[in-house]
Design a protein around this ligand. Structure first.
Ligand code: SAM
Length: 413
């Protein structure tokens, strides 16, 4: 299997006006946790570099790791986080209300993972169908009675779905559209599968939050597009679809929820769409210099955090990490943080326990370890759950343990 390909042109506009703006260099896959020390030598590295399209302004990766390598057996299980369960319950409730869904409605979720978003609809008796290529997580969904097809989304698959289930009133794609290289195939499939008046709703990490909050660590091989509304408008227009509404949501450090329909649907376009476009203009997202400045801020962040950790180690402080999310691995590897700095990392997902982080080779343990070996400092790698983590471990703070937030610049709490 060829596990790496290189795009010569922009994913959206097919122009070759691609400029390198951020170079991470060769990096291991952020979710490729290692089972034992024997695996360290054979670890694979792939280029991780970010390009800006000077034509349609999409920020993107052009070195594409095969989705089969990335997703066939996947360690990310969405329902591990109670915050995400709540987020998707609220999302489903809003969709049911806004689009007056009935028991006969069909809701399809692309990249449905363990069924986190489909569960609340299923509870209401609405027909659901998940599309999830990762066999292990798709099985979790099926164990929870969520009807799931184990496959990658494609036009061909939509023909099969239409034959068996009919067309969908709602199609969702949360945190997966930015993971797919061939988004033309997604547009074709969605257009085919959607009812005339149906709505396609996607959630993608939002470029403005990425830049404003210095979320460079969300760059890894799975995240191949860094979207703002501007290139998305161009994209959907090209496929006879239009964006009718947008919403900023807080997940993953700040995301954009985008509502898309066929060009001839009866849905009205919300004034929020133009408002957000104007805002994006004011943020200079179409200027190359915006991205060069971002790269400089990351270097400052790197220097500040590594200096802080070095000083703490000189004082013989015990430091551990909290959370082993994929983004944590980008941060650890790019900043060169390894077992010299962190004794171990704790994570709430039992699927990661006893594994080693890719590249930095730090062991992941259960949070039970915190009470056995009290650290002096906890570096929060899962910064999107910082409040929950600090609330949960308030008793450790009372015993003098301090937390370190790594981005946008290191902060001790
Ligand atoms: N939608 C869930 C959420 O928001 O928590 C899961 C997001 S997870 C980051 C991305 C999911 O999309 C993975 O479960 C992955 O296996 C799946 N996926 C990746 N490429 C896909 C494709 N081409 N079609 C359908 N699902 C895909």
């Amino acid at each position: 299997m060829k596990d790496l390909s290189i795009n010569q042109v922009c994913r959206i506009c097919k122009s070759n006006k691609l400029t390198l703006v951020f170079k991470f260099g060769p990096q291991p896959l952020a979710n490729a946790f290692l089972k034992s020390q024997r695996d360290f030598q054979s670890e694979k590295y792939y280029p991780l570099n970010v390009y800006f399209c000077r034509n349609c302004h999409l920020l993107q990766l052009i070195d594409i790791v095969s989705p089969k390598v990335l997703f066939k057996d996947y360690v990310y299980v969405s329902s591990t986080s109670p915050l995400f369960i709540k987020h998707f319950e609220e999302f489903a409730r809003k969709i049911v209300e806004r689009f007056s869904l009935k028991k006969t409605s069909l809701v399809i979720d692309i990249g449905s993972n363990d069924g986190i978003l489909l569960k609340p609809y299923h509870k209401l008796g609405i027909q659901v169908l998940g599309i999830e290529p990762s066999e292990n997580v798709a099985q979790i969904a099926r164990n929870n009675s969520i009807n799931t097809i184990t496959d990658f989304f494609s036009l061909l698959l939509t023909d099969k779905i239409i034959n068996s289930y009919g067309r969908a009133e709602i199609i969702t794609a949360t945190n997966v559209f930015a993971h797919i290289n061939d988004i033309d195939e997604v547009a074709k499939g969605v257009y085919n599968l959607l009812d005339t008046n149906g709505v396609f709703i996607l959630e993608v990490p939002y470029l403005i939050d990425f830049l404003d909050k210095n979320l460079f660590d969300t760059v890894y091989h799975e995240h191949i597009s860094y979207f703002s509304l501007t290139p998305l408008l161009t994209f959907f227009k090209g496929w006879q679809m239009r964006i009718i509404d947008v919403e900023r949501v807080s997940t993953h450090g700040g995301s954009l929820r985008v509502f898309v329909t066929k060009e001839n649907s009866t849905h009205k376009i919300s004034s929020l769409v133009n408002k957000l476009l104007k805002y994006e203009k004011s943020k200079k997202l179409t200027n190359l210099s915006t991205y060069h400045q971002f790269a400089q801020r990351v270097e400052i962040n790197k220097l500040a955090l590594t200096e802080l950790l070095s000083q703490l180690k000189q004082k013989n402080k015990r430091i551990i990490g909290y959370g082993a999310p994929a983004k944590g691995n980008t941060l650890l590897n790019y900043f060169g943080i390894n077992t010299q700095y962190l004794d171990y990392i704790v994570d709430d997902s039992e699927f990661k326990h006893n594994l080693f982080t890719p590249g930095s080779h730090i062991q992941v343990r259960s949070s039970r370890f915190l009470s056995i070996q009290k650290p002096d400092y906890i570096l929060i790698l899962a910064w999107n759950f910082a409040k929950t983590i600090m609330d949960k471990y308030a008793y450790l703070r009372n015993k003098g343990v301090k937390f370190i937030l790594p981005v946008p610049s290191p902060k001790i709490i």
